[in-house]
Design a binder for this molecule. Structure first.
Ligand code: NDP
Length: 251
């Protein structure tokens, strides 16, 4: 199948976890994909695994905290592939295990800078290219932490809650321009971010007890949902919040 044939996508944080699965799924479905992230060696690994010979994947090292990187990444995509159809704002960091009064200002600012302001920067850089052609699809990767209360996640939950709200505004502001924007809210997914938890059954088991489908999600399962939202199959879908959580938030 080629559900993204001819499309060009930019996936932030495409060198690990959910972003890596999205990049691989998109290439399989016919898209040209640019991946970003701070660690060049992990970017190179993903490009190698996809197969550099197919000529439809490039890596751009940098941080979403750097507006120069955001603009340069979009410019590189245009230089390489000519257009930008899809932006996946996936890059993010966790901040788990501490209550609010235990957080310092630097931690609070860092999480918001990456998880929220990073999306602002990347989207601001990408939208003009989408406006030029009157089409585009943006998918933001949020979390169920924006939808239900989870202990010791204050700044992470705040960053993702704001991301959900931002998604709705982007959807409304650009609908008339042919640009759609949706947000995906995963539950616990088996990625490097969740690795410390996965290595500790005493912590993991009580968490999984909150999941009707009693296992972690797979990055590829999130990628399949993102694939739908990024594709033309979702042409009438914008501003939506899409949970993928093994039923956790409806228990
Ligand atoms: P990982 O830690 O496995 O991967 C995070 C990715 O983000 C990496 O590619 C990392 O690359 C990149 N990244 C982090 N900071 C920056 C930055 N400043 N600039 C550019 N890239 C950055 O996490 P997941 O794959 O699990 O998470 C992906 C998204 O999914 C995140 O937004 C996360 O909040 C969300 N999510 C994850 C869940 C889970 O249980 N795993 C559940 C719900 C949501 P590098 O380090 O090289 O910069």
């Amino acid at each position: 199948m080629s559900r993204l044939a001819g499309k060009v996508a930019l996936v932030t944080g495409g060198n690990a976890g959910i972003g890596e699965a999205i990049a691989k799924t998109f290439v399989r479905e016919g898209a040209a994909v640019a991946i970003t992230g701070r660690r060049p060696e992990e970017l190179d690994r993903v490009v190698r695994e996809i197969g550099p010979h197919i000529g439809r994947v490039i890596a751009i090292a940098g941080s979403v905290t750097d507006d120069g990187h955001a603009r340069a990444a979009v410019a590189r995509v245009i230089q390489q592939f000519g257009v930008l159809d899809i932006l996946i704002n996936n890059a993010g960091i966790g901040e788990f295990g501490r209550r609010l009064h235990e957080l310092d200002d630097a931690t609070w600012a860092r999480v918001l800078d990456i998880n929220l302001t990073g999306v602002f920067r990347m989207t601001r850089a990408a939208v003009p290219e989408m406006l030029k052609r009157g089409r585009g699809a943006i998918v933001n990767i949020s979390s169920i932490a924006s939808l239900v209360g989870i202990p010791c996640l204050s700044v992470y939950a705040a960053s993702k809650g704001a991301l959900d709200a931002l998604t709705r505004t982007i959807a409304i502001d650009y609908a008339k321009d042919g640009i759609r924007c949706n947000v995906v809210n995963p539950g616990l997914i088996a990625t490097p971010m969740a690795a410390p938890l996965m290595a500790n059954p005493e912590q993991l088991d009580p968490i999984l007890a909150h999941y009707p489908i009693r296992r972690l999600g797979k990055p590829e399962e999130v990628a399949d949902m993102v694939l739908y939202l990024a594709s033309d199959e979702a042409a009438w879908v914008t501003g939506g919040t899409f949970t993928i959580d093994g039923g956790m938030t409806v228990w």
